[in-house]
Design a protein around this ligand. Structure first.
Ligand code: CO8
Length: 374
């Protein structure tokens, strides 16, 4: 008989610091006014574009975001700096991203009732890794005392779901008994806090899940993974040109195009129908209709996107109970959004209930899992 594969535990580590829209807009506007005063003459003669002001009301209306958690608050609201201040650590110290990952991983192991000895592989999947090598996953593996192997993978917004897909396949194939999939989304160093259009979008968080053979599962709230589905389609609408080759290009390594930037309107228009179609096809493979899915743990980038996708699926508005929203407090946490929604909203589900995890975003990339409560 084919091996059943389950998510046996999940972990959510939330940074202790939060920044409200009002705080963020206050800092941005003070920075923009200072910039405009400094460049007044050039702005008047058209050589430099004036920096437009941001607004907390716009941010909440356009995105649904009210606040975001950050690894550190230091530096972000300092108008002389406009980026986080994260001190460099020595090579023999745990890196910041591994620290976030370890925090979430411990919670997932506890929820799954597992110890390091039960895990055969560690996947760290997220939008950016702090360094190229050694892999953050191997650092985490070492810190947790896990034998076996680990690797990092980057798929922007779909890193977490694609990481779960790989774990599912490894357990199904018997190459690992249990896999720890961790998403330490340290996004704040890549946010352009001087860009009105995107300064509000992202937050930091770490999530983790244990994926293992159903017969070994000791988690209280386990979900069988029934299938996975992924699609990618190349787009330049969400992009970061940051990378190691910049050193050889004789350009400014952290200019605006090296940080996150997007054509938000196009993303909205193109990704929503793609995601709805993908989801319908995926649940259809199980003979399910949208009304048969008890919970939708959707990617958390923009509330209007989630409302629109849920409406396309159900033909009506989804309730907060059916499709929980976490982006109001967490903002967009790259690939971790749907994992946060799962972590916070799964314990009330009944045995046999179906759920769908789905990410959508940069790449473009869409990744989903159909699961059923054990
Ligand atoms: N304050 C006031 N006004 C503003 C602001 C602001 N902060 N920003 C824009 N405006 C203005 C615009 O200039 C525009 O003015 P005008 O009409 O005069 O030109 C007006 O408001 C409307 O602007 P938009 O058309 O841009 O506004 P939208 O309604 O489209 O909302 C959003 C903007 C919220 C960005 C929206 O388009 C959106 O959310 N789109 C989808 C975004 C998305 O899902 N992106 C994916 C993100 S990528 C990802 O999830 C992972 C990437 C990897 C991680 C990266 C980590 C750093």
């Amino acid at each position: 008989m084919s091996q059943s594969v389950v998510i046996s535990g999940s972990g959510l580590w939330t940074p202790p610091f939060s920044i409200s829209n009002e705080e963020l807009v206050g800092a941005y506007n003070a920075w923009a006014e200072k910039f405009n005063a400094k460049h007044q003459e050039a702005i008047e003669n058209g050589a430099v574009a004036a920096k437009p002001l941001s607004s907390a009301e716009f941010i909440e209306k356009a995105s649904g975001i009210k606040s975001r958690f950050v690894y550190t608050k230091k530096g972000i609201l300092d108008i002389e700096r406009m980026r986080p201040l994260i001190p460099e650590r020595r090579d023999d110290e745990l890196s910041q991203q591994a620290e976030m990952a370890v925090n979430a991983a411990k919670l997932a192991l506890e929820a799954a009732n597992k110890s390091a000895a039960d895990i055969d592989a560690v996947i760290v999947s997220c939008a950016y890794t702090q360094r190229a090598y050694p892999a953050i996953a191997i650092e985490v593996q070492n810190r947790l005392g896990i034998k076996g192997f680990g690797f990092d993978m980057l798929v922007a917004c779909s890193a977490a779901t694609f990481g779960l897909h790989r774990a599912y396949e490894m357990v199904k194939a018997g190459t690992a008994r249990a896999v720890l999939v961790i998403n330490p989304e340290l996004t704040s160093p890549q946010v352009n806090y001087c860009d009105r259009d995107s300064h509000f979008i992202f937050g930091d968080v770490a999530t983790a899940m244990v994926v293992e053979q159903g017969e070994n599962c000791k988690g209280e709230h386990a979900f069988e993974i029934l299938s996975t589905k992924a699609v990618t389609q190349y787009s330049n609408n969400i992009r970061s040109n940051f990378g190691y080759v910049t050193r050889a290009q004789d350009v400014e390594p952290f200019s605006a195009d090296k940080l996150f930037h997007q054509n938000g309107r196009s993303v909205f228009k193109e990704v929503c129908p793609m995601a709805a179609e993908h989801i319908l096809e995926h649940i259809g493979q199980h003979g399910l209709t949208p009304e048969g899915v008890r919970r939708w743990w959707l990617h958390q980038a923009n509330i209007n996107m989630n409302l629109l996708i849920a409406k396309r699926l159900l033909g009506r508005d989804a309730s907060a109970d059916e499709a929980p929203i976490v982006l109001d407090r967490y903002a967009n946490t790259a690939s971790a959004g749907s994992m946060i929604a799962f972590s916070l909203h799964h314990q009330d589900m009944q045995s046999g209930d179906y759920g769908l995890l789905c990410s959508f975003g940069a790449g473009y990339s869409i990744g989903s899992l159909v699961v059923r409560k054990k």
